[in-house]
Design a protein around this ligand. Sequence first.
Ligand code: F0G
Length: 364
Amino acid sequence: MKPLLNDKGVIARYREFLPFTDSTPVVSLSEGSTPLIHSPKLSEKTGAEVYLKYEGLNPTGSFKDRGMTVAISKAVEDGAHTVICASTGNTSAAAAAYATRADIQCVVILPAGKIAIGKLAQAYVYGAKVVAIRGNFDDALRIVREFGGVEGVGIVNSINPYRIEGQKTASFEIIEDLGDAPDIHILPVGNAGNITAYWKGYREFQNLGLSTRLPKMVGFQAAGSAPLFLGHPVENPDTIATAIRIGNPASWDGAKNAVSESGGCIDIVTDTEILDAQAWLAGNEGIFVEPASAASVAGLMKCFSNARCATCPFGAGIRPGAKVVLTVTGHGLKDTEAPVKHGGFQPLEADATLDSVRSVLDKS
Ligand code: F0G
């Protein structure tokens, strides 16, 4: 039988734009090529032309797979026997899956009690060694950095530039889907690797003449974890959106550059706005994303409300018909506790007969 060709995935699709040689091994789970979904209701609500880049449809359920395929492939090329990362849950899920695929060990350092159960389950089932520290993500990343010099151990947080290289491919896909870059790109910001990566991707394609313009980059942080918005690290970050519960982002400068070079901004949304936006998106467009991802949607809604920030880069607002892309970074099934509690969902109860079911439905 002919071996299966590995013709899918970020490296297969964009190899020429990645730091790969013919001998670099490819560790892939066919990530990337996620759909850019037009959102009729967000478009109607805002007057803009709104699209959602649904990154929850990657193999481990978040955008982290794009960076991890590149980082783990390069780690294998460099002879690593183990990879290590700090995480709020999605990086660790991706690192564990891709390390297993590559037959190497994975160690993940997590803030105890602050990881959504679906993500924790992923780290375990993919076979990582899980260490929960009494501290937050920033403490976990400090410890990981201290592992830096250990022979055979590769760090796969986004301080590893190969992670950024992989993640920039999402911009390439958006340009290819739309035929050009959008006017505005909105995404949630935590450790700030992704906004850095998107900006790099947009600039690279423009430099190569593959797009004619650059979007304004707009990042949203949770109000209780907003170091970039405030302009200083936050010692005890807190938010229901645990994925972006980060007080001292590693790619601080990358985020600042993306925003200032593109003429965008960093703003905040509250936990209530995040949960309301999450419920709105699922209930109106049929797209279920995790709380951190809903920060993009909450942010877009804020951009069109009176609560728009005083320094809004769009002046009187985003112009009607502007092309706006929102990255929704992770799948809603990873973290179901908060939305279920927020929605106060209760099933209607009935006896096991058609009459009883019809009667409760009629009364509801
Ligand atoms: N959305 C989700 C679902 C995330 O998991 C993260 C980061 C972000 C947004 C923010 O991206 O850090 O590049 O600014 N999660 C990391 C993790 C920190 O460990 O999984 P960023």
